[in-house]
Design a protein around this ligand. Sequence first.
Ligand SMILES: Cc1cc2nc3c(=O)[nH]c(=O)nc-3n(C[C@H](O)[C@H](O)[C@H](O)COP(=O)(O)OP(=O)(O)OC[C@H]3O[C@@H](n4cnc5c(N)ncnc54)[C@H](O)[C@@H]3O)c2cc1C
Length: 387
Amino acid sequence: MIEPSAKASQLIDGLKAFIRDEVAPLAQREGILWGEPVPRPLLRDLWKRSCELGFYNAMLPESLGGAGLSVAELCAVKEAAALSGSPLAAHVLGELSGPPRIGHLFKVASAHQVDAFLRPVCAADKAVCFALTEAEAGSDASAIGTTARRDGEHYVLNGAKRYISGAPYADLAVLLAVTEPGRGAQGISAFFVDLHAEGVSIDSDYSVMSGGGAHGNIYLDNVRVPVDNRIGEEGAGFKLAMGRITLNRLLHCPTMLGMAGLALNLSLEHARTRKQFGQPIAMFQAINHQLADMATELYAARSMMYATAALNDAGGDIKLQAPMCKLFASETAFRIADKAVQVHGGAGLIKGHPVEWLFRATRMMRVLTGTSEIQRNTIAKGILMPG
Ligand SMILES: Cc1cc2nc3c(=O)[nH]c(=O)nc-3n(C[C@H](O)[C@H](O)[C@H](O)COP(=O)(O)OP(=O)(O)OC[C@H]3O[C@@H](n4cnc5c(N)ncnc54)[C@H](O)[C@@H]3O)c2cc1C
């Protein structure tokens, strides 16, 4: 499936209208550019409005107030959001700090956790981040050193998380810490951690390649976390965090390919309108062949993504195809963004131009949420040792 279903199309039409009529004018009024920090109050208002209109929770199942979309439909909606080109697009669907980050936890969270943490995130009253990575534990995620020592009805947390998306404006973190040292992944537990609690500090005074303000490090200094905040059993945290890794690998693709589609659309428009040597630059084969390659590669990557989504929706196993999609979509999106810069010439090198930002943002996708090398490791293992 490359064309969205009727259900997804209807949602996409509403989403596009919201972005066109409210979000884009808001971004323009407030001078928000791609990759620039967004003030927390503005984000809160946007999340709330998106919540009112039903977009913020759209990624969730119907039983949780969502749109109950299939994976193929989720891909279509996410792709459309990125394709809109709005610097605030990801916030409309709550992708950075909202419901999509915690939807899967409803199954394992206690009644208290649903009321105290999950519902407030869905109501856009609280923002959440996911904190696993540490200085010594990146690709090797189970090597984390943050500890959670039991002390009566509390755990006492110590350690430091780094590069955490949404940390500067999140109210709580789903955070992984070691409860039983020496047991590797099986000694890791997951917690809801109140980021306003005593002993928590957040440092966000660095900028990543795509821009500033959205990522930070979390420091935990004797932070007392109630036992009630532990998610699932002790020692089950890593499995919980990795449980959806295959599906998540696929669900990262629509954002990258939406960005690639935007890069292509902007390039087509530029090539048609920019004149040099008395004619539109689209007339030069050197340019129009680049456009042809961009469109072809995008078609291949989207076909792969939607075929894999359809396989998943039909109950098939995608553990080999999902990392293939993440690998191919991220590498393809970057190649397309690189060509888009070339087609734009100098204009594509100027900060504030969407193509300049797309180049930086797609470059990051080859590292984030599992590097290309880690995807290849999984694919190689799957083809060498099937079953
Ligand atoms: C902007 C940004 C946002 C992020 N958001 C979050 C977040 O919200 N939550 C969170 O927990 N983390 C987050 N991360 C962390 C991110 O997931 C890690 O940076 C990523 O997994 C890579 O880990 P690393 O940076 O330690 O690199 P390393 O693991 O040190 O990798 C360095 C290089 O070695 C390669 N390598 C490592 N191991 C192998 C291997 N076994 N085989 C082959 N090659 C290998 C890698 O592919 C890479 O090329 C974020 C990072 C950034 C930069």
